[in-house]
Design a protein around this ligand. Structure first.
Ligand code: GRG
Length: 264
């Protein structure tokens, strides 16, 4: 569990918890940071669990994650399944025991459970695997529905955790949900573009692998230029949502630009 959780990832989801709290409360002092930290840790635990399971031979069958051997390669498959299961439980235990206000703790657990549920993370993953096995629905709408659940829902949950734990009002929560929808999709379009570039650098080996596996991607559906344009539009829209928070939302604006410019 430690091997996966503490591996050098970007920590985007924990950052979103802190950024949302700062945007809602206009400043991030040490007291607010303490209130937000359990949400930041819990969402990263769910993310780490999902990566461990996604890398398993029955799913994406990857040997490397975050620049290191995946958990089932470093240890074994049974350990990887169990480490993922336990990280998922640990996320909820963390919220239950570390959030001092019981109303906020219950709300935070509800937000995270919904994002990790069959309606979101698990359902998105199931449909993504079905697409690779040749499911007939190969439309842009279906691709977006997969990404909204598989990637976007946890981004949205991270921002909502920041809102809930900082005691934000309904209108701030809604603005953050709209920002999350744009940012999550932009992140995924850029992810597909980065994969495409890596494929080309790999002299076409992985292009063949992905095509064989029938992977649904934005460059595959709307072309490279179309995917780049879509990523730009989504990031501009996310920045427009963040502007509602004035200067307190500057980190959300910065993150939207980072998502567009990231190289890994
Ligand atoms: C197994 C239920 C279950 C779900 C798996 C996370 C996931 C769903 C699949 C991972 C496959 C993948 C590459 C998805 C694209 C978006 C994504 C989640 C990338 C990884 O997130 P980053 O880039 O990773 O934030 P780091 O390592 O930086 O935290």
């Amino acid at each position: 569990m430690r091997y996966a959780l503490l591996a050098p990832g970007k920590r985007l989801r924990p950052a979103l918890v802190l950024m949302a709290g700062e945007a809602c409360r206009k400043t991030l002092d040490s007291q607010l940071r303490d209130q937000l930290t359990p949400g930041a840790v819990a969402v990263e635990m769910i993310h780490a669990y999902s990566l461990i399971h996604d890398d398993l031979p029955a799913m994406d069958d990857d040997d490397l994650r975050r620049g290191r051997p995946t958990v089932h390669i470093k240890f074994d498959e049974a350990t990887a399944i169990l480490a993922g299961d336990a990280l998922q439980a640990e996320a909820f235990r963390h919220l239950a025991t570390r959030v001092s206000d019981p109303v906020k703790a219950a709300a935070a657990m509800g937000v995270l459970a919904e994002a990790a549920s069959a309606n979101a993370l698990v359902g998105g993953q199931a449909d993504d695997l079905a697409a690779e096995k040749g499911s007939p629905d190969r439309t842009l709408e279906h691709l977006e529905s997969i990404h909204r659940r598989k990637t976007g829902a946890l981004f949205a949950a991270a921002l909502d955790l920041g809102a809930v734990l900082s005691g934000a009002d309904e209108s701030s929560r809604q603005t953050l949900a709209q920002y999350a929808a744009d940012l999550g999709l932009a992140f995924q379009v850029v992810d597909d573009l980065l994969d495409h570039t890596a494929d080309e650098a790999d002299l076409g080996k992985r292009v063949g692998k992905d095509a064989d596996r029938g992977k649904l991607t934005y460059p595959g559906l709307i072309g490279l230029d179309g995917a780049r344009k879509k990523a730009h539009e989504l990031v501009e829209s996310a920045k427009c949502r963040a502007s509602v928070f004035g200067t307190a939302g500057w980190r959300l604006t910065w993150l939207a630009d980072y998502v567009l410019e990231r190289t890994h």
